[in-house]
Design a protein around this ligand. Sequence first.
Ligand code: PEP
Ligand code: MG
Length: 539
Amino acid sequence: MKKGIAASKGYAIGKVFIQEHEEIVITEEKVTDIVAEKAKLQKALEASKVQLEAIKAKAEESMGAEKAAVFEAHITLLDDPEFTGAMELEIENNQSNGLKAIADVTNTFVMIFESMDDAYMRERAADIKDVSKRITANFAGKGGVDFAITEANTIVVAHDLTPSDTAQLDRSKVVAFLTNIGGRTSHSAIMARTLEIPAIVGLKDITTTVKNGDIVIVDGIEGIAIINPDEATLDAYEAKREEFLAEQEELKKLISVKTTTKSGKRVEVCGNIGKPEDVHQVLANGGDGVGLFRTEFLYMDRDSAPTEDEQYDSYKYVLEKMQGKQVVIRTLDIGGDKTLPYLPLPEEMNPFLGYRAIRLCLDRKEIFKVQLRALLRASIYGKLAVMFPMISGLEEFVAAKEVVDECKAELKAEGKAYSEDIQWGIMVEIPAAAVYADELAKHVDFFSIGTNDLIQYTLAADRMSEKVSYLYNPMHPAVLRLIKMTIEGAHKHGKWVGMCGEMAGDEAAIPTLVEYGLDEFSMSASSILGAKKIIIDQQ
Ligand code: PEP
Ligand code: MG
């Protein structure tokens, strides 16, 4: 048995197909017949185009036009004179062999794109590598990178899968995939969730642990792969798989159903997102809105903070895609376990109790204002709610709102539009805020309970520590009391309360939260339908 990261839920039982990209050796050798080498390159480009057109058509069918657009971009690259034209010139001017010409031009482009400020442009480097891999394989006569999968119930095992590898998976044959590397948010994992096939990533050495033809059970819920299981295990998982599929089918009926309890209370079930594109999953699963956009992800994996315009684009995108459904965006929550390479933070004994989130933003207003201005400018494109993380008392909320007012005045002077209709709220994730909720509720428009932190602070049990995880209990009576106090405090003043911590999607906790009168639940997109079902069954 191997444990990895559960990337896409579901169960599959099938035969292993190890997908290996053949090693193609690139030499320094010069060519003499330049015309022949250029013709060979041309043929490789044409073959790549034919393959990509086919992949695009298949992707359009299985994943929709929007996801398939990436392959249109790949096709455009094949015709780009700056890219493939440069390869020809490399052969012509330097007598480079075709493979070396492809590699050199690719490296130059990848370097340029990877050093760009714009995150979107940096991500394009992956597309260039992907296209280049295809051209190289075709040039070397390795028949492209397509799978030779003919058998039904195949489990693809690979070191990693590129987006085009994943899109090519024939869903009538491939029932799951397993990779050595990757995390829940790696491209292949995102694609697997879109395709709705179970997947486990980050299995480290699965390509060498299994061999072609092995029977494997993929448990995409627990992130477990069971290799050559016995009959009893096979039977048990076959039953689990059937049950899961029947449940999923049944849940789909709820996509456009409004979530109302038996006693007639309307409850919003929303999705949490970390990247703008995640809104698609929220919509596909019938989410009523976005209950938490963790904006710190926009700041990660880069060398400098995103500019006002970059952030504006991201927020506008989400608001537009949600078409008038509410989007709750949380301001930067950095510090604690989330650090940025370009923002050195002081060494602290207890960083989770230290300089983080709103504390840092109020101290570093120049950083905070960039985000607030971007949020204000984007607000005209939809129904925006903004919340501040780690609020411990009224002063912080008032101070944050003062910075908002400063930004509004600046934008007004610059003649830039913003909406006056934004809701301003706070995360309730510090016990003090929960205890003081009835006072805070007089000043805010809404609360969103962050149970991930609220539980750790209430029970003094570090959310990252294995050793004290037995204490980290969402259903601890003290935690429940704080949640109840928060909801009652808000309702006393006619304000609504959401929950965006993991507890909101915890099927065991949902009935209690409904009973307390929670107005909005926000969770990972794939949990939305399951949560809707439970809520509908409550009084
Ligand atoms: C929380 O604390 O519950 C929360 C939603 O925020 P994060 O997990 O990002 O700290
Ligand atoms: Mg938190």
